[in-house]
Structure formats: C-alpha cells, structure tokens
Ligand binder design. Structure first.
Ligand code: R5P
Length: 310
C-alpha cells in the first residue's frame, strides 16, 4: 500500500494537526459545503488512489453534524479509490447507546457502526469506548486504545501513600482497577444507578475512602451528574481530598465551571474532545502521540495492542 493520507473533519482540528505533526505527514484539506437545503457535501482535496487513508473525527457536539461529515468523508475516500479507509474516532459518543434497557429503544452504538461500514470505513481506531463490548458491534477490525497510560503517568509523581482510586460505578471498576494497579494503590467503586440523563444515584461505595486522597476515574464526564453525586458520597465518608480524572472531557452544561468550583484538587482529562485551554485546575493530557503511533503501526502492519500492554 502507498503512503498515509490524513484528513481531519471539523470536530477537532487541533487534535488532527497534532497527530499529523507526530506522524510527520501533512494534514490534507477537506472542503465542506452546506447547500440551501441544509445537506452537506465533502470534497477531499488530495489524491486518495491506492493510498492508506485516515479520517480523524471525534463524535463530539454537535454529534449528528460531525457524524454525517465523517460518513461523507469515508464515502468520498472510497469513491476516490482509497486502498483502505480508517476512521479515527477518538470519542465514539454513540457508545453509550449499547443495550436495550427500555422497550422500543434504538441501539445507536450498533447502528452507527453499521453506517460507518456502509459508508466505506474498512477499519476503526478509537479510544476508551463506553463499554468494551461496543468493539464487537463493528463488522470491521477495531483498534481500541485506552488512555490509562497517560492518566496514570500524570499522577505517578504525586504522594500516593494515602491514595485510593474510585470508579463511580461497577461498569468502570475493571478499568479503574487497571489504573490503580499502574499507580500501586487500592481501588474502590460506587454502586451507581442511572435514573435519567440528568439524575444518578450512588447508594454506597465499596471500598475504604475515609482519610484517603481519592482519585476518581471515569470514561467520560458529560454533565458531571455522576461525579457530583460521587463527591457527595466521598465527602460523607470522610475522604481527605479528591482529584477527578477521565478520558473524555465533554463538559456539557457548564460542568467544567461547576467542577472546578467544587472541592476538588484537580480535573484531568485528555484531548480526545476539544477542551478549553488554560482553565484553572484543569490538566489536559494529549492522546495525539498514542493515536499517531497506532496509525503508524496500522499502516506498517504492526501490532497495536502490544503498544498498550501494561
Ligand atoms: C456512565 O456510565 C459513564 O461511565 C459516565 O459516568 C457518564 O457518561 C458520565 O455522564 P455525566 O457526567 O453526565 O454523569
């Protein structure tokens, strides 16, 4: 296969630029046109013929716009005779819609996976899916990275003698345990029940947090409902301090303002989604080196999973 060609959608140009810088390849331009009837059209501005094409687009707000743009980019690349089209989706927002837990509901994670393949995507590179099984919704190869290496490196040089890692729910406990192992500290988890998109209940914390420096870890922070509920429980149970970390800092509904104003020592996330620069208490870790390394390995037919083994 011939050289790598990288296009970025409009969702996160800064991340695309950073990935291209690590790969030492130019970011190829994409022309996006919106017609009077509100339909979009994409024109890729570089030759794709027999090239190894990567299209980078996290599914962040406005998700539907960015999704259609990604589908159109994949379609354009396939139509331009790309040898292979890899969708690089650092945040797969529809991953949260992964099961039929109410009657007559859609399962967006699977539908969007099917749409991507129909559009011409041959493989997917993504980061911290909401649940690992979403990987299996795709009928094409998926390289599923996580950011625990970056997140644990951030905390490793702290005084961790009284630290404990806390997952807000049991669904994330396995990843939290991995994160805790990397830091050499114990792990605890909340018993969480989601009532609605804006309401969660954490009835108990399984594990010892009294007098501890807590590091909360989650896959994403959206409205912050989960973290605020957990902060209440941690305070009640006598935690000494709380830092909050996640992969996807989505920060809807002014969650970042509220979170940094709360009694937390710091908020740590990655740049899988665009986040404001220079925000008090906020530390943004770059996943561009990991994504660039994975892209390079995919192109060269090398192992990607070995890159992320502990
Ligand atoms: C849910 O299961 C996820 O792991 C996150 O806890 C959730 O998506 C966070 O959303 P929010 O910040 O709106 O509570």
């Amino acid at each position: 296969m011939r050289e790598i060609v990288v296009f970025g959608g409009s969702a996160h140009p800064a991340l695309t630029a950073e990935i291209c810088a690590f790969l030492a390849v130019p970011q190829q331009p994409v022309q996006l046109e919106r017609f009077a009837n509100d339909c979009l059209e994409v024109q890729l501005q570089a030759n794709c013929r027999e090239r190894d094409v990567f299209v980078i687009q996290p599914l962040v707000n406005p998700v539907q716009e960015h999704l259609v743009e990604l589908l159109l980019m994949a379609d354009a690349a396939r139509g331009a005779s790309a040898a292979r089209v890899t969708a690089v989706i650092p945040h797969y927002a529809y991953g949260r819609s992964d099961k039929k837990d109410k009657p007559r509901i859609s399962i967006g994670a699977r539908l969007v996976a099917d749409l991507l393949v129909t559009a011409g995507v041959d493989r997917v590179l993504t980061l911290t899916l909401h649940s690992p099984q979403v990987h299996g919704f795709f009928s094409v190869p998926v390289d599923h990275l996580h950011a625990l290496r970056e997140l644990s490196a951030h905390f490793r040089d702290r005084d961790l003698s009284r630290a404990v890692v806390v997952a807000p729910d049991l669904g994330y406990a396995k990843s939290a345990a991995d994160f805790a192992r990397r830091l050499g500290v114990p792990v605890a988890a909340g018993a969480k029940e989601r009532i609605s998109d804006t309401e969660v209940r954490i009835t108990a914390i399984i594990g010892e947090v009294a007098g501890r420096d807590v590091i909360v870890i989650d896959d994403e922070i959206s409205r912050g409902t989960t973290v605020f509920e957990l902060l209440d429980r941690l305070r009640e149970q006598g935690a000494r301090s709380v830092a909050v970390a996640c992969t996807h800092g989505l920060f809807a509904d002014n969650a970042l303002d509220k979170l940094t104003a709360a009694d937390v020592t710091e908020v740590v996330c990655t740049n899988s989604a665009p986040v404001p620069a220079d925000y008090p208490k906020l530390h943004v870790l770059s996943v561009a080196p990991a994504l660039a390394e994975a892209i390079s390995r995919i192109h060269n037919g090398e192992s990607v999973s070995s890159l992320f083994d502990h």
